[in-house]
Design a protein around this ligand. Structure first.
Ligand SMILES: [Zn+2]
Ligand SMILES: [Zn+2]
Length: 196
């Protein structure tokens, strides 16, 4: 949830006034007694009235310090989830909040995508006619490489897989400990501006 919160804050900080206002109105529509925090009962009532298909138990995950209330940034995280995390695992049905895998062939077609949570993809028990899946990050890299060159997507994927398994550096999956500068950057990301 921390990563989603950081993404929500980043979009908010870089967003237009209109986007900030929408987020602020979203918070206000939940904070019915105007005490600038959202209790569990306000949260549940909001979900019932708004019709969003969200499991109320997400409150516990959003409430980072476990004080029984959501602050503006925690509610902003929910707003971000509602607006951007629209897909569910095709196998187990869980809403895909973090990393997930998508069928490359279905992705390239105009229709619905076929997406799997990492647990279902790892377990290999799903039934689907296509076999090539990529996580969102790898898909982005593959698309960029495809756009740059004349390769077809399968050639690009072959290059990417070789890259992933033969070079640690190329995959971006370095297991080396953080140096001082990147540590500082990670710590810096925890600081958030004051809510409006
Ligand atoms: Zn699943
Ligand atoms: Zn497919």
């Amino acid at each position: 949830m921390e990563e989603l919160l950081q993404a929500a804050v980043a979009y908010y900080n870089n967003g237009s006034n209109n986007l900030r206002e929408l987020a602020s109105n979203f918070f206000k529509s939940m904070d019915t007694n105007r005490d600038r925090r959202v209790s569990r009962s306000e949260f549940v009532r909001f979900l019932q009235q708004s019709g969003y298909n969200i499991n109320p138990y997400i409150f516990n995950a959003l409430d980072r310090n476990g004080d029984g209330y959501l602050d503006f940034w925690e509610v902003l995280t929910l707003y971000y989830i509602i607006k951007t995390r629209l897909y569910h695992c095709a196998d187990c049905g869980v809403r895909l909040l973090g990393l997930y895998f998508t069928c490359v062939e279905c992705f390239d077609r105009a229709g619905d995508t076929y997406d799997l949570c990492s647990i279902c993809y790892s377990a290999r028990q799903f039934r689907h006619s296509h076999t090539l899946f990529l996580d969102n990050h790898m898909l982005l890299i593959a698309k960029r490489r495809q756009a740059r060159g004349s390769h077809n997507l399968n050639q690009v994927l072959l290059i990417l897989f070789l890259f992933l398994f033969l070079t640690e550096q190329g995959s971006g999956l370095s297991t080396a400990p953080l140096n001082k500068r990147s540590k500082k950057r990670v710590q810096g990301m925890r600081t958030q501006p004051k809510p409006p």
